[in-house]
Design a protein around this ligand. Structure first.
Ligand code: COA
Length: 430
């Protein structure tokens, strides 16, 4: 085991190609996808699986049958069964939480090699029965005769048969993510055109990055079971042929009359998985591995969901920067998770605002201006897709690979999450 208080090295990261839910991975589960990513990660990094001491994995909508996906991944891959695993849920920042939790173990010296990441299948969400129906099943279960079992369903009405699917809505405000983003667009004056332009850029950059082979280091090939006929080696949501004109024709989804958010400027419902290998710096160097980056600092924060739900990153970024002892100006590569174009543009607006700094952050000066050329240079969640539990590890891997490619020293990751939460991580090269 390594000494405590060491830098945490990110050896490498990999992800499945992301797919629109209900398409390529329609018959697969988050566990299937997670197993692909972790198996590939171990293979690509060339380490002995016995070196892994824990798997920490993010997942937002867990399977009712196997809720601890992390341990199921251990059991379902070639990893030794002696490796424990635990699952974390922090909405869209779940993989960030998985990575930072794993890093904390390494920092304490409790482990020197940990796999972290996350997976989501929005093709495989649990469909629930209504409470009345569940009560009837319980009564029938306890019934002592066939007649009593039938009687247990006497109070069930037709409406009780309707399935109850999980909503992407806040339990406190009752608003969906899209409705919350609409509220932000209105309050911050983010126009439809600005959102569409940002979304178009996301697609163009993602298409260019894919075309140039820049994702080769981080995107694996999946041969899709059970038929194994389909070979997937790139994300299927990127629209290289998007235009502002075609986007402008779309009707708003979350506020049909006055809204600005459409299918084109929102992140789509997505299936996919990602994984990163973390090690203590000492261990990585001892076995001759060359990390793609190091975690320098991180912060999680939250604001009242009744305020602007997806502004969490604005609260987390200054804390992560202070912990890293650098400023926004020192950052060369920025990856901001794109839940909605309106959210990224709102985050950027608030980060640059003195008024927000003084009124909401308790700071005299704004956090800083985000250079548009530094953010999401290979596209973001709007174009690549957003499997909730997996996105954080996708972004961390991309930032590290971009630091390697550009020679920049520091990278920043931001992710907004349900409940008004935000994550920020500062990564560094060597
Ligand atoms: C916005 C949302 C409802 C759209 O879902 P959808 O209707 O299934 O989306 P589709 O992919 O079918 O697109 C709808 C239409 O827009 C079109 N479209 C989508 N992206 C486009 C683009 N970039 N350019 C042009 N047209 C586009 C599609 O072609 C489709 O057109 P059609 O109806 O003529 O076939 C869904 O993606 C969603 O809920 N996103 C938000 C998810 C969320 O809240 N996540 C949490 C955030 S952290």
């Amino acid at each position: 085991m390594s000494q405590p208080n060491q830098r945490v090295a990110i050896i490498r990261g990999v992800r499945t190609p992301f797919a629109k839910s209900g398409t390529l991975y329609a018959r697969l589960t988050a566990l299937d996808l997670g197993k692909f990513a972790v198996t590939e990660l171990i293979e690509r990094s060339g380490i002995d699986p016995k070196e892994v001491q824990e798997v920490v994995y993010g997942n937002v909508i867990p399977s009712v049958k196997a809720p601890n996906i992390a341990r199921e991944i251990v059991l379902g891959t070639g990893l030794p069964r002696s490796i424990p695993g635990y699952t974390v849920g922090k909405a869209c920042a779940s993989a960030n939480q998985a990575i930072t939790a794993a890093s904390d173990m390494i920092f304490r010296g409790y482990a020197d090699t940990v796999v972290a990441g996350g997976a989501e299948s929005l093709s495989d969400v649990p469909v629930l029965f209504s409470r009345n129906m569940v009560d009837a099943f319980m009564r029938a279960n306890k019934a002592k005769s066939a007649l009593a079992r039938v009687g247990a369903f006497k109070s069930v009405r037709l409406k009780d048969l309707a399935p109850d699917t999980p909503a992407i809505a806040e339990s406190t405000t009752g608003l969906s993510m899209g409705e919350s983003a609409e509220k932000m667009a209105k309050e911050n004056g983010i126009t439809r055109e600005a959102q569409d332009r940002f979304a178009l850029q996301s697609h163009q950059r993602a298409a260019a990055a894919t075309e140039s082979g820049r994702f080769r280091d981080e995107v694996m090939t999946v041969v899709v079971p059970p038929s194994f006929d389909e070979v997937v080696d790139k994300d299927n949501l990127i629209r290289a042929d998007s235009t502002l004109e075609s986007m402008a024709k779309l009707k708003p989804v979350f506020d049909r009359k006055y809204g600005t958010i459409t299918a084109a400027n929102a992140s789509p419902l997505t299936d996919g998985a990602s994984a990163v290998l973390l090690m203590s710096e000492e261990k990585a160097k001892a076995i001759g591995l060359r990390p793609i980056g190091y975690l320098r600092s991180y912060a999680f924060a939250a604001l009242d969901p009744f305020d602007q739900l997806l502004q969490g990153p604005v609260f987390a970024v200054p804390v992560a920067l202070e912990r890293a002892k650098i400023t926004l100006k020192d950052i060369g590569v920025i990856e901001m998770h794109e839940a909605f174009a309106a959210q990224v543009l709102s985050n950027i607006q608030w980060l640059g605002s003195k008024k927000i700094a003084q009124e909401k952050l308790g700071r005299s000066e704004p956090v800083g201006e985000i250079d548009p050329e530094k953010i999401n240079r290979t596209g973001g969640s709007i174009a690549l897709g957003h499997p909730f539990g997996a996105t954080g590890a996708r972004i961390v891997t991309t930032v590290c690979n971009e630091l390697q490619r550009t020679g920049e020293q520091y990278g920043l990751v931001t992710v907004c999450a349900a409940g008004g939460m935000g994550a920020a991580m500062v990564l560094e090269r060597e």
